[in-house]
Ligand binder design. Structure first.
Ligand SMILES: C[S@@+](CC[C@H](N)C(=O)[O-])C[C@H]1O[C@@H](n2cnc3c(N)ncnc32)[C@H](O)[C@@H]1O
Length: 446
């Protein structure tokens, strides 16, 4: 990979005697990692967990195929190892109100949801529509319960969620220097001015993020770039402009401190973390954690009301009685043709670009409900009345979108399909044949 000459000159000046090792790291093979999903019911996973990533709960070096059963059923998520440290620094607690403002494709959102144990509210937002669709897919497969998934600008969001969140993650769009090794093409649109341009956008995003923070709430800012303009200088600006203070991040082996000298000399900047690929087995990253020092009372907001009609609620009740056990949905909302369970904490959604108001329970058909893939992804086998254990051949047919025969269930109706103890979706049994409801866009040849 050919690094831009101006990039090399800049980091030679900044890094001094560490520069040769830094430069050498661009020729190393990129690190891969994956996380095991703590939200799913126990299953025997065929993944190699012999190389744990230090400091990451259920994080391992290695890669799991996107076509594996573990990936298809949301039991694992592939994510670059340094990126996993952001959620660890964030440390969300069950019950908190959490916003992931720049969320797609969902690496950090899925990790945050796992740490919150599906308790509390996760709002995952992505400004780019097609990326927001991928975010939906990933949160759904991961089995995140009642997430609010939005496709909004930070400006719109801050009007809907004033002083609302306990914790906000801004994993900012950046110049991506830390990813050059994985994505060499990124070097072609880098130029000397690019980090400063990105910094302007980062300031705009953060200006809105601060408005959404509760008094005493925490803001985590991260980038995958080495550029001080987008890292220390952004944090120095935040500390100057807003009632925020740094929270020191614990540094494990291989992690470096923020560099006050690369901004305005504010010693608090040391509390941030830098990850350099020549010192840590992962890509380049920057993480800083700040806390609001404001004490004013949070603003009241109007909450979303349950909007499903009596008939729709009854249809759901009927479906639940006939098919589920020990499953409690939240309040119900009709959104397009789907019935959703949503978190009663969310503000009124009118005027917001909603991708998902919560967990899709099913599609409303004439006098009946067709259960959704998203519902199957949040269930464990003990919560349904009928399951079908798939053979290898049946699983391959299922993910390909084909029907297949079964002798496990005779009566007509819905069953949760389970492969190696992992729920993979709903199927409908009709005369010994299982009809396929695996979403068309997700089908593949195993
Ligand atoms: C570094 S990526 C996020 C990665 C994600 N957090 C994850 O872990 O999978 C930054 C995201 O910010 C989005 N973005 C770009 N411009 C934005 C803006 N003005 N406001 C909010 N988000 C923006 C990009 O579309 C991109 O998806």
């Amino acid at each position: 990979m050919e690094l831009p000459a101006a990039f090399k000159t800049k980091y030679e000046r900044l890094l001094g005697d560490q520069f040769p090792a830094f430069l050498q790291s661009f020729t190393d093979t990129p690190q891969h990692g994956f996380r095991i999903n703590p939200l799913k019911s126990p299953a025997q996973l065929d993944v190699d967990t012999s190389h744990p990533i230090p400091g990451i709960q259920l994080g391992y070096y290695g890669k799991v195929s996107g076509k594996s059963p573990e990936h298809q059923s949301g039991y694992v998520y592939n994510q670059e190892p340094s990126a996993m440290l952001v959620a660890e620094a964030f440390n969300p607690q069950p019950g908190e109100r959490v916003l992931d403002l720049c969320a797609a494709p969902g690496g950090k959102s899925t990790q945050l949801a796992g740490m919150m144990q599906n308790q509390g509210l996760l709002v995952a937002n992505e400004i780019n529509r097609s990326r927001a669709k991928v975010l939906v897919e990933n949160l759904e497969r991961f089995g995140v319960w009642n997430p609010l998934i939005l496709n909004e600008t930070p400006e719109h969001l801050s009007k809907a969620f004033p002083a609302y969140f306990d914790k906000i993650l801004v994993d900012a769009p950046c110049s991506g220097e830390g990813m050059f090794r994985k994505n060499p093409e990124a070097t072609t649109y880098w130029n000397e001015e690019y980090p400063a341009e990105c910094a302007l956008r980062q300031r705009d995003i953060l200006t809105e993020a601060v408005k959404m923070l509760k008094p005493g709430g925490q803001l985590i800012y991260s980038t995958c770039t080495f550029a001080p303009e987008e890292d220390e200088q952004i944090i120095a600006w935040l500390l100057d402009e807003y009632p925020l203070e740094m929270i020191p991040l614990e540094k494990q082996a291989g992690m470096s401190s923020g560099q006050p000298a690369w901004a305005n000399g504010n010693p608090e900047l040391q509390d941030a973390v830098r990850l350099f690929p020549h010192l840590f087995a992962g890509d380049g990253h920057f993480i800083a954690k700040l806390q609001s020092t404001e004490t004013a009372k949070p603003t009241k907001i109007r909450k979303q009301e349950a909007s499903a009609s009596g008939a729709e609620r009854k249809e759901w009740q009927q479906f639940a009685e006939q098919n589920l056990t020990n499953f409690q949905a939240g309040p119900l909302l009709r959104f397009k043709e789907q019935l959703y369970s949503f978190n009663p904490e969310i503000p009124a959604l009118n005027g917001l670009k909603v991708m998902r108001p919560g967990t899709p329970l099913g599609t409303l058909k004439k006098n009946r409900i067709e259960p959704s893939y998203g519902l199957a992804m949040v269930l464990n086998p003990e919560q349904v009345q009928r399951t079908i254990a798939l053979s290898d051949d049946q699983w391959q047919k299922y993910v390909h979108g084909d029907t297949f025969a079964t002798d496990q269930i005779q009566a007509k109706g819905w069953a949760l399909l389970v492969y190696h103890q992992m729920p993979v979706g709903f199927g409908k049994v009709v005369n010994g044949t299982v009809k396929n409801f695996f979403p068309k866009g997700l089908r593949f040849q195993a």
